[in-house]
Design a protein around this ligand. Structure first.
Ligand SMILES: Nc1ncnc2c1ncn2[C@@H]1O[C@H](COP(=O)(O)OP(=O)(O)OP(=O)(O)O)[C@@H](O)[C@H]1O
Length: 260
């Protein structure tokens, strides 16, 4: 590069002499010729951004800015959201891959945590991704609206179920029954919107095609869980990662559901 700027140099000293001053290194000469800039501009930009973004945004969210966009594109679920924990994990995994490509590893850096494989596996699960593909803000608004309309009986059901979901020790089955048009589906919708506004995983299934028309995003139970028409105890799949399952209409010959 110097040869393009310095005409007819006969020695390295001549190359490193800028405005009659001999620079001690080639790097110093580069700065003097204006060929290099230091990192001050970048440092300022990053500091400014971190101040303007403010404390509400975690460092991880700032670092992993495009992770969510990439995952939405990859999984083809435009509304899916990632928690701060999941963002951190995906970000750590990307750093790990970059380091591995250069023969290094995250474990060499004591200040950095390692990605949690459990969280990554959950998000890479199609069923979990599908159940998280909803708009949390919309669910919150919907919940506010529905909750304000609940009648006293619906409110009791709502409170009981929500308490059971929040209390991890409980994990109950509930079967809500009542004559047609008494507001069962309305209660389910209120519960679903509340849990989804809290970013919980809710799976909505129905025992028949007609019942499935009444709730959003619902699937027929046998198709969703790939189970035989006759339910047996050992045919229930492993659903540990789910927070709540809503079943519209109880299967006729099934005694595994408790009435409340
Ligand atoms: N608290 C409420 N406030 C306003 N509208 C309500 C309320 N509860 C129910 N509804 C309305 O009443 C109608 C019947 O309610 P819903 O569909 O929930 O009944 P259901 O018990 O599920 O009926 P079915 O057993 O036939 O499925 C719906 O239009 C619903 O929006």
């Amino acid at each position: 590069m110097f040869l393009k700027i310095v005409r007819g140099p006969q020695s390295f000293e001549k190359l490193m002499t800028v405005n009659n001053r001999l620079c001690s290194t080639f790097k110093e000469a580069c700065f003097a010729y204006g060929l290099l800039n230091d990192d001050t501009e970048w440092t300022h930009a990053i500091s400014e951004a971190s101040v303007s973004i403010g404390p509400q945004l975690q460092h991880w969210e700032f670092l992993s800015e495009d992770v969510l966009h990439k995952k939405r594109k990859l999984f083809n679920y435009p509304n899916s959201e990632l928690t701060s924990e999941q963002l951190q994990n995906y970000c750590l995994r990307e750093i790990q891959e970059l380091l591995n490509r250069n023969g290094r590893s995250l474990s060499e850096f004591q200040d950095l945590p390692l990605p949690d494989p459990k969280l990554l596996t959950n998000m890479d699960n199609r069923l979990v991704r599908e159940t998280l593909d909803y708009d949390m803000k919309k669910s919150k608004l919907e919940h506010q609206q529905l909750h304000s309309l609940l009648n006293p009986e619906q409110y009791l059901i709502y409170e009981e179920v929500i308490e059971s979901v929040h209390d991890k020790q409980k994990g109950n089955f509930y079967f809500v029954y009542g004559p047609r048009g008494t507001g069962k589906t309305f209660s389910y919708k209120t519960i679903i919107s509340r849990l989804r506004s809290e970013r919980m995983i809710v799976l909505v299934v129905a025992s028949s095609g007609i019942a499935s028309l009444l709730l959003p995003g619902v699937r027929i139970v046998h198709s969703r869980f790939v189970i035989p028409l006759e339910l047996l105890e050992n045919t229930i799949p492993n659903l540990k990662c789910l927070n709540y399952i809503i079943l519209k209409r109880k299967p006729k010959a099934d005694n595994n559901f408790k009435h409340v």
